[in-house]
Design a protein around this ligand. Structure first.
Ligand SMILES: [Ca+2]
Ligand SMILES: [Ca+2]
Length: 504
């Protein structure tokens, strides 16, 4: 009799779980709102890139009304500062905060600039740029009629399907100290898009700034982790879960490569003209159908990477319709897309729709049973924002941000923080544990020194003389650990600064 009662209780629980698990969540999966809890930080204008609104025909520009489409700001150890306008220009920002042209990437390539991540997308300097003159760029070109040879076309597709090219180039400056580029270039990797729009190409290239000469990570180039539009890139080839969760493809993968040609290293050749580092777990352990350049995979649009001083690697992964993520990234791990979105199952991978989420079984959610995926340490949902920006561990001069991870939302321009210690604690193999998020109040000092609270949107509207359709916020880090806030709408480079007033 007792057994029967127990059986009844178990059956009832099982039925309840089954019902809950079969009802998709399509709104507000994380009910708790993100609020301001007292952190306020001053923001100041630093520099503005030249107005390039007329550079390209309006029908070829994703936001023709935007002043300049700045996406990365980077400092060299020698103090020089650089920024790009994705319409095709790389600038040196001089010591008076005036931009001067360093390299016209757009003049050398037939850029495609019709999407948010398009044109001259990103750049990074080699850690030994001062002596070897090397730096790396990512750009995009149109596909049809393009005579260049591709190194990678998504599995199952051919040349006839190619819509765009996404290219990583190595540049060698003859004189690294010169303030405009002269030198040579070499193509490292040219990959194909086959969806309608240039959605989620490789966008970022990065070196681990904490790696020192002699470390296994030193001089290795990381890329963003990108789904190449196989979720919502448009056309007949998008919304395709079969292109994800596989190791014979770079789709959804962060790559880590030795940018030196195998003709120099005599190492294993990758898809392009670079060497596969044998320290990559998939290079060392993978079989013949595993690409050794994959460092980690399962990202939808992990468009920005950063490192804490202890070597912890973070990525910001833009979610589909529901969940934005910050992940701690490790060699050889699987971050879930398109099977997972945050600590939920995505409906599309189960045969449903991309905007659906399903709860994970309780024993997976609380970590008792492992499912092989690595879960985010910070999440927020789409009634708080729409697309997570770059994020950086902060150890600079602003006391209120010490020990925080600073990030934001591209679309709304809200700036957020989480505690770094809480994020590392949440990296515990338990999907449901994540670090709390709070919003920063931005303010400026007016001409009289009075504090005026502002939103990032307010700042753009003031610079442009009218409200912007979206904030297009990105964040960058200076060589001394301070943070840039940039907008692809107004072309301004701003900085978060210690309070410049009397504290009131
Ligand atoms: Ca919510
Ligand atoms: Ca966790």
């Amino acid at each position: 009799m007792q057994n029967r009662i127990w059986l009844g209780v178990i059956t009832l629980l099982a039925v309840r779980a089954a019902v809950a698990a079969d009802v998709p969540i399509t709104s507000n999966p994380i009910p708790e709102p993100i609020v301001k809890r007292g952190i306020a930080v001053e923001v100041k204008d630093l520099a503005r890139l030249p107005d390039t609104r007329a550079l390209r025909p309006a029908e070829q520009d994703v936001s023709p009304d935007a002043w300049a489409r700045v996406s990365f700001v980077r400092d060299l150890p020698d103090g020089r500062r650089f920024a790009n306008d994705s319409r095709g220009l790389l600038y040196l920002i001089d010591s008076n905060n005036q931009p001067q042209l360093y390299l016209d990437v757009g003049a050398l390539f037939p850029l495609s600039v019709k999407r948010l991540e398009s044109g001259f997308i990103g750049f990074v300097f080699h850690p030994e740029f001062a002596t070897n003159g090397l730096f790396y760029t990512v750009h995009a070109e149109n596909g049809p009629g393009n005579p260049k040879t591709l190194d990678f076309i998504p599995v199952g597709y051919g040349l006839k399907d190619v819509t765009y090219h996404n290219v990583i180039t190595e540049w060698r400056a003859t004189n690294p100290a010169a303030n405009s580029f002269e030198g040579t270039r070499r193509e490292l990797l040219r990959t194909a898009h086959v969806v309608l729009n240039l959605t989620h190409p490789i966008g970022a290239v990065e070196f681990n700034p904490t790696a020192k000469p002699g470390d296994p990570d030193y001089g290795l180039l990381y890329t963003s982790g990108s789904d190449f539009g196989f979720s919502n890139g448009g056309g007949a080839n998008a919304s395709n879960p079969a292109q994800t969760q596989r190791l014979d493809s770079i789709i959804t993968a962060i790559l880590r490569i030795d940018p030196r040609s195998p003709s120099v290293t005599h190492g294993r050749k990758g898809l392009g003209d670079y060497t596969i580092p044998m320290a990559n777990k998939f290079a060392a352990q993978g079989g013949p159908h595993t690409l050794g350049e994959i460092y980690a995979y399962g990202f939808r649009n992990a468009h920005r990477l950063s490192w804490d001083t202890d070597g912890t690697m973070f990525v910001s992964d833009i979610g589909m319709n529901q969940i934005e993520e910050i992940n701690i990234v490790r060699n050889g791990e699987n971050y879930g897309w398109m099977s997972r979105e945050g600590y939920f199952a995505n409906g599309r991978f189960r045969g449903g729709a991309l905007n659906e989420l399903y709860p994970l079984p309780p024993e997976i959610l609380d970590g008792r049973v492992k499912d092989g995926f690595t879960y985010p340490v910070v999440v927020y949902d789409h009634d708080e924002g729409r697309a997570v920006t770059d994020g950086f561990p902060y150890h600079g001069r602003i006391a209120a941000l010490q020990g925080k991870f600073v990030f934001g939302d591209i679309y709304t321009g809200r700036v957020f923080v989480s505690d770094l210690a809480a994020m590392k604690k949440a990296d515990d193999g338990i999907p449901q544990t994540v670090a709390p998020v709070e919003e920063i109040q931005l303010y400026v000092r007016d001409a009289g020194g009075k504090r005026v609270d502002v939103s990032f949107h307010d700042l753009i509207a003031k610079a442009m003389g009218k409200p912007a359709p979206r904030a297009d916020l990105h964040i960058g880090q200076s060589r001394d650990g301070e943070l840039f806030l940039t907008s692809r709408q107004d072309g301004m480079i701003r900085m978060l600064v210690p309070d410049s007033g009397d504290g009131n």
